[in-house]
Design a protein. Structure first.
Length: 474
């Protein structure tokens, strides 16, 4: 029996399973698709915090080499956000198809020993105090924990009785991946005029992603879409159709805003699109799912290594508020972008530009969009650093914190010392000395800070479980 079953081999499930396997946990992914890789991609934007998470797994540079970087994010017509000022090694949005992210995570998961069962559609999940039973259309599996990373229509969510409250925000959005004869001058072209809205961005593989929306024509998602219709709406919104031709994907979708109340139901967890859904504006969906996975994986590993069960409740207290915030921010962008009246659009542009000129608001907005601005609640009396994102500080040995995090362990940063304290904790010395000892969690957030090393054993048993039962992972 594996320790953990992950349902769904999308980006969320693959990152989570790879982390667990690297931490010495046996994990099986059940995936309803067959093993073929598709070249159709839903997401195409990878934000700074996700790149930092991938950096902590040694994958960021390989991913960056597959795409193009965008230093400015255009929200609507003349409103842009300068990502170049982000306090990150990755001060941009990386434009690369979702399948590049999935392929990297898949390779890593398989190399770490994850078993992936294809053609395995989960139809039921039941649990008792000791284990969870997962039923596919042909077989039954058991595990200590199950993670439903099975997307928007999650069967796991249904099986554990979680509602998915919310509403559809926009219907009948057109998606077209096309080639163009007259490429746009800018990386990201977006505008809304009257009844028409369009967005065009390059994938980097010769194709362009077009989203178009026509207020006058709301039809069902399964109504066939022609390139002609996309062309016509794009031309109205942007003044040109860029000579679109050779579509490899044409479809309609609707955009929902929904979130489950509980990310944890006993031994079952929900992550990624199974837990939250929102508009594609701001490119947040895959990014948020990957952050969910990075938050949950080390906690599951720690509890399976002896940490108290209550650690798993912090998945809800840390990630549910972030999901809610993403729903709000992506909803605000899409509503702003779709404003109909010219006066409303002018006021919107003016108000947002004015707001972004205020440094505090700018930092908040870019922090939310890129993911680098989120912090987690800290226990009462904890050091002010606890729960904050650990920046990628330079280390005395010439390396960086996010390199030291590779292998899935905690990193203890101080003014001296190097090596492993035990198999849970790597000790490093910072280049710029001074300040407290800082214990960085495997997901790059501060788990503890202080000067009393006598507290460390207690903190580690609460956050990481007992040593020795796992590999060093380095
Ligand atoms: C048009 C569009 C554009 C987008 N653009 C962006 C963007 O730029 N940036 C961004 O961050 N996000 C974007 N998103 C959102 C992003 O694609 C999703 O948030 C992301 O794919 C979610 O990943 P996931 O792993 O949680 O779920 P999914 O990718 O949906 O993966 C779920 C997996 O579970 C499997 N599965 C489902 N049911 C079962 C079952 N019963 N049994 C077994 N397996 C099952 C599925 O086959 C699938 O492989 C976009 C979405 C759309 C629709």
């Amino acid at each position: 029996m594996p320790d953990v079953i992950v349902v769904g081999a999308g980006p969320t499930g693959l990152l989570l399973a790879g982390d667990l396997a690297e931490a010495g946990i046996s994990v099986t992914i059940l995936e309803r698709r067959d093993g073929r890789i598709s070249n159709l991609s839903r997401a195409f934007g990878v934000h700074a915090r996700t790149l930092e998470q991938l950096d902590a797994r040694g994958l960021a540079d390989a991913l960056v080499s597959t795409g193009a970087t965008l230093g400015e994010l255009r929200l609507f017509d003349r409103v842009t956000v300068d990502l170049g000022r982000l306090p990150s090694r990755f001060p941009y949005l990386l434009i690369t198809p979702q399948y590049n992210v999935e392929n990297l995570l898949l390779e890593r998961a398989l190399a770490a020993g994850v078993e992936i069962v294809h053609d395995a559609e989960v139809v039921d999940v039941r649990q008792d105090a000791a284990e969870v039973t997962v039923t596919t259309d042909g077989k039954t599996y058991r595990a200590a924990y199950v993670v439903g990373a099975d997307g928007f229509h999650s069967a796991v969510r249904r099986a554990v009785g979680q509602p998915f409250p919310g509403k559809s925000v926009l219907k009948s959005i057109m998606l077209a991946d096309v080639k163009v004869t007259e490429p746009p001058a800018e990386m990201l072209t977006v505008n809304g005029v009257g009844d028409a809205f369009a967005f065009v961005a390059p994938f980097g593989d010769g194709y362009y992603r077009v989203f178009a929306w026509d207020r006058r024509r709301a039809v069902a998602d399964d109504e066939p879409l022609t390139l002609e219709e996309v062309r016509e709406v794009t031309e109205r919104a942007l003044g040109t159709d860029f000579g679109m031709h050779d579509p490899r994907w044409l479809s309609r979708f609707h955009s929902d805003e929904r979130q489950v109340p509980d990310y944890r139901v006993g031994r079952v967890f929900l992550a990624g699109d199974a837990a939250h859904a929102h508009s594609p504006a701001g490119g947040q969906g895959m990014n948020t799912g990957l952050q969910d996975a990075a938050n949950l994986s080390w906690k599951l590993a720690a509890v399976l290594h002896g940490a108290p069960d209550g650690l798993l409740d912090t998945y809800q207290t840390e990630r549910h508020p972030v999901g809610r915030s993403v729903l709000r921010s992506s909803g605000a962008i899409i509503r702003g972008a779709m404003l109909k009246s010219p006066i409303g659009r002018a006021v919107r542009g003016f108000a947002v530009r004015r707001a972004l000129a205020v440094p505090r608001i700018f930092t908040r907005v870019t922090g939310q969009i890129s993911g680098v601005g989120y912090t987690y609640p800290a226990p009462r009396g904890a050091h002010a650093l606890v729960g904050t994102r650990a920046p990628d500080v330079a280390l005395a040995d010439g390396g960086r914190l996010y390199e030291a995090l590779r292998g899935g362990h905690f990193v203890l940063i101080g003014d001296s010392g190097t090596g492993f304290r035990d198999d849970r904790v790597r000790v490093v010395a910072r280049l710029k000395t001074g300040g407290p000892l800082v214990l960085v969690r495997p997901d790059g957030y501060v788990g503890w800070a202080g000067t009393e090393t006598s507290q460390l054993d207690r903190v580690l048993s609460e956050l990481a479980g007992t040593p020795a039962s796992r590999g060093t992972g380095h």
